[in-house]
Design a protein around this ligand. Structure first.
Ligand SMILES: Cc1cc2nc3c(=O)[nH]c(=O)nc-3n(C[C@H](O)[C@H](O)[C@H](O)COP(=O)(O)OP(=O)(O)OC[C@H]3O[C@@H](n4cnc5c(N)ncnc54)[C@H](O)[C@@H]3O)c2cc1C
Length: 397
């Protein structure tokens, strides 16, 4: 672990969005930024390269006062919406695997329990998750059901004072490390439920978890195939406040907002590397930043990042006043995921061949952007959600 320094790490902020932040929000951002600069960035590459989960780096997040995000009570951070956005931005500016590990723990698992669990359930699971003594996971996607999440086929059938889960899940982040694995399934009445499987990482009868191999992005994050063959879950482990698929969308709404911030962070991380490199790298006897074509890329990146930042801040202020609806949060995710892809590719171009070496960071951030484009609703699905909101016509199916 590196020693803390008093160095202030500057980050790109052309339109002075910094002015929107309170002292408390700035302090939080600085705390996360310092951790990213001092611990995440210098140490993440070997883990990414080996596709290994960076335990020590991830566990250090517990000391930053961020775990649990917007959830209040039971040891959760109780951040405001802007603080939660800033955390994702800062983490993703350094590394997407760490950002998504945190997003699954705080944004998907803890938010599901915080919003959809009853008091007993919150008291049982949130404290351990908030201290990172327990790891959470959120299992919605299935091998044959991705975008059409309401069509999931995993079942929960009554057995005495509990349920037996049958089915399969795919891509589940943190699953093989998890103590609190939320499985989304339908009961015998066809009602959707969130069922908490405890102790998944230590082995549970009927449960098998296999980490996916060979991912091209977020390689230091573990994503798993999960098979449920009659896994027993006591009735009190069914999240109490879920009555339809719309309840999962409440959680995903916060998630999508977080991905908007994550994408802006990924883009700014890549841009900052590219800007520095362009000023230092010499070709034809001058810094490459002196060539018009390179400046054009830098300006494109800076402008796109500025619009991403502004959308993040406005989406979050809409959220604070309950005005962030499905169309608007989808527009944030759609826009920022698309632009993160574009900006990271331009950054790679500025670095030439050095852009594909992970030691220069861009390659990692570029593939992070590719993943953000897929999850929490692919960009195609988010586009169609905006289209539905604008026209009143559902073109998804
Ligand atoms: C790294 C990573 C981490 C993830 N973590 C989790 C997790 O922790 N928990 C979890 O539950 N899930 C997780 N997911 C799953 C993720 O949410 C899904 O991958 C995503 O919803 C898309 O589903 P799919 O991959 O099955 O693609 P599909 O739904 O099969 O889509 C394939 C293509 O068809 C397009 N398409 C589908 N339907 C339509 C339509 N109606 N109109 C137009 N185009 C359409 C899609 O946009 C896409 O381009 C993760 C995925 C990844 C890659």
């Amino acid at each position: 672990m590196l020693v803390a320094t008093t160095q202030i790490y500057e980050s790109f902020d052309y339109f002075h969005v910094d002015q929107f932040l309170s002292k408390k929000q700035r302090e939080l951002r600085l705390r996360v930024r310092e951790y990213v600069e001092q611990v995440v960035k210098p140490n993440i590459n070997p883990y990414w390269d080996r596709a290994e989960f960076p335990f020590e780096i991830a566990m250090g997040l517990r000391d930053l006062g961020i775990v649990g995000g917007i959830i209040r009570g039971h040891g959760s951070a109780g951040l405001d919406a802007l603080e939660a956005g800033l955390v994702m931005y800062e983490l993703a500016r350094g590394d997407g695997s760490i950002a998504t590990f945190f997003g699954v723990q705080s944004g998907l698992a803890m938010t599901s329990i915080g919003l959809l669990g009853n008091d007993d359930q919150r008291a049982r699971w949130l404290p351990g998750l908030a201290r990172l003594e327990k790891i959470g996971a959120f299992g919605l996607t299935e091998p044959l059901v991705g975008s059409n999440a309401s069509a999931i086929t995993t079942t929960a059938t009554r057995d005495g004072n509990g349920y037996r889960l049958h089915g399969a899940k795919r891509w589940i982040g943190n699953a093989s490390l998890s103590d609190v694995l939320i499985i989304w399934a339908r009961d015998e009445d066809g009602k959707l439920g969130g069922f908490v499987v405890e102790g998944a990482k230590d082995g549970v009868e009927g449960l098998s978890i296999t980490d996916l191999q060979g991912k091209m992005g977020k390689r230091a994050l573990l994503n798993a195939d999960v098979v449920l063959d009659g896994v027993y879950v006591p009735a009190e482990n069914r999240l109490a406040k879920v009555s339809s698929v719309k309840d999962t969308y409440k959680v995903l709404m916060f998630g999508r907002n977080g991905i908007g911030w994550e994408c802006a962070g990924t883009a700014v991380g890549a841009f900052e590397v590219a800007l520095k490199y362009a000023k230092e790298r010499q070709q034809f006897g001058k810094p490459i930043a002196s060539f018009q074509l390179v400046q054009q890329k830098l300006v494109e990146m800076a402008t796109e990042i500025t619009t991403m930042q502004l959308m993040c801040f406005q989406a979050t202020s809409l959220m604070a006043t309950n005005q962030l609806d499905e169309g608007r949060v989808s527009m944030l995710k759609y826009h920022n995921a698309k632009k993160a892809r574009y900006v990271t590719q331009l950054a790679r171009e500025v670095l030439g061949g050095n852009g594909i070496l992970i030691e220069n960071q861009i390659a990692r951030l570029m593939t992070d952007a590719e993943i953000s484009y897929i999850y929490e609703g692919t960009n195609e699905i988010n586009l169609l959600l905006i289209g539905r909101d604008l026209t009143g016509i559902n073109a998804i199916q």
